[in-house]
Write a protein that binds this ligand. Structure first.
Ligand code: NAD
Length: 426
């Protein structure tokens, strides 16, 4: 690519999240002394698809939405990555998330490459029928590039098992037979896996306990604060609380609550379900979502969107562990500051890998038409993610690099080796 073409291409991807993903990659690539040709290749996705999605709204008028599917790298196997429905979805954000998926799958030892998809929409204001029409048309538009051997979507922010069921059904209608293995995160009755819904939270929980063990922090006198009380945040909170960690503060898009004596999760979970927010939970104090992040706690868990930890609040965080449930929650300059301050960071590509690990289990079960029990799934997830944590920790200690760099280097190295062995086509 010429300088100009390169600039034009990067212009389309121009987005703070893409810049962050790129900067994190470049830091690891420099440390690895990565082949410059591979470096160039990894900086942009293998394939991007932008689609227009016209749907009929319930009042009869037609509205056109913009959707994407970005495939970053397939050296290790089919592409894998979630689908996000959110008003801020762009090509750059989707490409950043796809790149992260490549390193995440490689780090966990999964036979996948990274991808991500999304539709720029607000799913909260769409009716169920509108959401179904949007999902079916989006699936039809990306149909040529997805498939069980090609690219296997999954849920992300704003999508859920019902959306996955519609994707599976639309794909199956096109093929003329049921293809459960085209998507993961489906309902159990149509080929979903036990333990998938809670998988990201469980992986996060397991890595937090490993980090506490490493740092000699007693679990039962520890506290946690969680930003985002959706799929990832809720399950992590539930598991930490069941193991004696006091969850002292949580937030969602509507606000935040705080109780230094510990929130009663058994009451908070149904309260959130009924009222669709944590705000107003009886007995807890309201607090601004920004202030919540700065309260003292053992572990702070950003589990909402990217960019939550930035240079303005990084100096004021009072946690011992920062466990990244969300993708890309920590900006680059904040990352440096937190490492200098001795805060132990569980980087996103390690900490939130539980979701894609159990998605992998779901795909394997669907391909074999043989399903595992919940205990088997929990044990295999814990085994894979603990092993990944130990590998990253060992590298971080032996090479004197922070946990993010160690994780990135491990993932990138694996993909680079696959590229070099496979060679260049043609
Ligand atoms: P979700 O839509 O279920 O939940 C997101 C939560 O964040 C909601 O409670 C929402 O109210 C809250 N939120 C939004 N803006 C906020 C703000 N400004 N302050 C506080 N809370 C806010 O999404 P999810 O599936 O739980 O995903 C959360 C994050 O985890 C995303 O970054 C996603 O990419 C990442 N992730 C999810 C999975 C998965 O399996 N679901 C896997 C890996 C990574």
């Amino acid at each position: 690519m010429s300088e100009n073409e390169n600039r034009e291409w990067l212009g389309e991807l121009d987005h703070p999240e893409y810049k962050l993903a790129l900067a994190q990659f470049e830091r690891a690539a420099a440390r690895l002394n990565l082949d410059p040709n591979l470096c160039e290749r990894f900086k942009s996705p293998q394939r991007t698809l932008t689609v227009s999605i016209p749907i009929r709204r319930d009042d009869g008028h037609v509205e056109v939405f913009r959707g994407y599917r970005v495939q970053h790298d397939s050296a290790l196997g089919p592409f894998k990555g979630g689908i996000r429905y959110h008003p801020s979805v762009t090509l750059g954000e989707t490409a950043a998330l796809a790149m992260r998926m490549t390193w995440k799958c490689a780090l966990a030892g999964l036979p996948y490459g990274g991808a991500k998809g999304g539709v720029r929409c607000d799913p909260k204001i769409l009716s169920r029928n509108e959401l179904q029409r949007l999902t079916r048309r989006y699936t039809a538009e990306i149909f040529p590039i997805i498939g069980p051997d090609q690219d296997i979507p999954a849920p992300d922010v704003g999508t859920n098992e019902q959306v996955m069921a519609w994707i599976m059904d639309t794909y199956s209608q096109f093929k003329g037979y049921s293809v459960a293995e085209v998507v993961t995160g489906k309902p159990i009755s149509i080929g979903g896996s036990l333990g998938r819904e809670e998988a990201t939270g469980r992986g996060l929980f397991v890595t937090i306990l490993e980090a506490m063990r490493h740092l000699n922090l007693p679990v039962t006198s520890s506290t946690a604060i969680i930003q985002g009380f959706g799929n990832v945040g809720r399950h992590t909170a539930r598991m930490l609380s069941a193991h004696g960690v006091q969850v002292i503060g949580v937030s969602d898009s509507k606000g935040a609550i705080y109780d230094p004596r510990g929130l009663d999760l058994a009451r908070l979970l149904p309260y959130k379900e009924q009222t669709e927010s944590v705000v107003g939970f009886p007995g807890a104090d309201p607090i601004s979502p920004e202030d919540l992040l700065e309260q003292p706690c053992t572990v702070l868990i950003p589990a909402a969107l990217a960019g939550a930890i930035h240079i303005k609040n990084a100096g004021r965080l009072r946690c011992r562990i920062l466990a990244e449930g969300a993708n890309g929650p920590t900006n680059l300059d904040a990352d440096v500051l937190l490492n200098d301050r001795g805060i132990f960071i569980l980087p996103d590509i390690l900490a939130n890998a539980g979701g894609v690990i159990v998605s992998y289990f779901e795909w394997v079960q669907d391909l074999q038409n043989y399903f595992w029990n919940e205990k088997e799934i929990q044990n295999r997830l814990a085994e894979i993610i603990t092993e990944a944590f130990q590998r990253v920790l060992a590298r971080s200690l032996s090479e004197k690099v922070d946990m993010r760099l160690a994780a990135m280097m491990t993932g990138i190295e694996k993909i680079a080796s696959a590229h070099l062995l496979r060679g260049l086509y043609p």
